[in-house]
Design a protein around this ligand. Structure first.
Ligand SMILES: [Zn+2]
Length: 273
């Protein structure tokens, strides 16, 4: 009974915090963005579909400084996209809606550091008692097989990093099986991107489609794991120098920006969004 009361009090406190947060938003943020909310009241035109993890530390609107109405975000355990033929559910419906109805021109699959879903994929026994989680994570098993057969890493941190990267690559492959995406990819009307967000350093690593390697957007960050992974992963050829890393980051960035195109940049400039 006492336990129950403590839990109740805790719950009230959390709810109070949320309500106070809303009141602050209503009082401070909302008045400065009324034009935006008026514009969004009857329509949305997001430019990008972001598929990322449900992890509470990964908030794409926050780390891309985006406003409401700009990103169509789908979050699930492990930023997974089930192959179209195997499983048509909420993720498939959201992809189809974003692509066909909203006409997004870019899709980002964003994994992240310290991902619980990836840890569970490395150690399936840890989620054995959770039937739904275990079943869902089977869509990431392909990444574990790639890891087991192609990587030399043995320490947990490097294995987790490599699995997180291979999972993003695998889910991009699954994304291509969705008819609405495949049709637009073939016509060059849509671009797909792989990202990994690092919670601690606030870095993003972009997938370079040419090399199938992830390249840091902030190469000056002292991230020992990055160079270990690039050097020791599949096909690695030793340590990568800082200047080479910076150069690779620039080329990955311009490859990503090149796909956006000037027409759309103009379309989104100057408005409230
Ligand atoms: Zn996660």
């Amino acid at each position: 009974m006492l336990r129950r009361s403590i839990d109740d009090i805790k719950q009230v406190t959390v709810m109070e915090k949320l309500i106070k947060g809303f009141e602050l938003f209503r009082k401070v943020t909302y008045p400065t963005k009324q034009r935006l909310f008026k514009k969004l009241a009857s329509a949305q035109a997001p430019h990008t579909l972001v598929i990322t993890c449900a992890d509470s530390r990964v908030v794409p609107e926050y780390f891309t400084s985006s406003e409401p109405g700009q990103l169509f975000v789908v979050r699930n355990v492990g930023n997974i996209v089930p192959p179209y033929a195997q499983f048509v559910g909420g993720v498939s419906a959201a992809i189809e809606y974003a692509v066909v109805a909203l006409g997004v021109k870019d899709i980002v699959i964003c994994g992240h550091s310290d991902c619980g879903a990836m840890k569970a994929t490395l150690d399936p026994k840890s989620v054995e008692s959770m039937n739904a989680v275990s079943a869902w994570l089977r869509h990431a098993e392909i990444a574990r097989h790639v890891l087991e057969e192609n990587y030399k890493e043995t320490d947990v941190r490097s294995r987790l990093r490599a699995l997180t990267e291979e999972n993003v690559i695998a889910q991009l492959d699954h994304l291509r099986t969705h008819p609405s995406v495949a049709a637009r990819l073939a016509a060059g009307k849509i671009a797909i991107h792989g990202w990994i967000y690092d919670i601690e350093t606030a870095d993003i690593r972009l997938l370079d489609p040419e090399t199938r390697r992830f390249v840091s957007l902030m190469p000056d960050i002292d991230d020992e794991g990055g160079e270990d992974s690039e050097g020791g992963g599949k096909g690695g050829n030793g340590a990568v120098s800082k200047s080479a890393t910076r150069k690779a980051a620039e080329s990955a960035k311009s490859a990503a920006l090149g796909r956006v195109g000037s027409a759309r940049s103009v379309a989104y400039a100057g408005g409230d969004l």
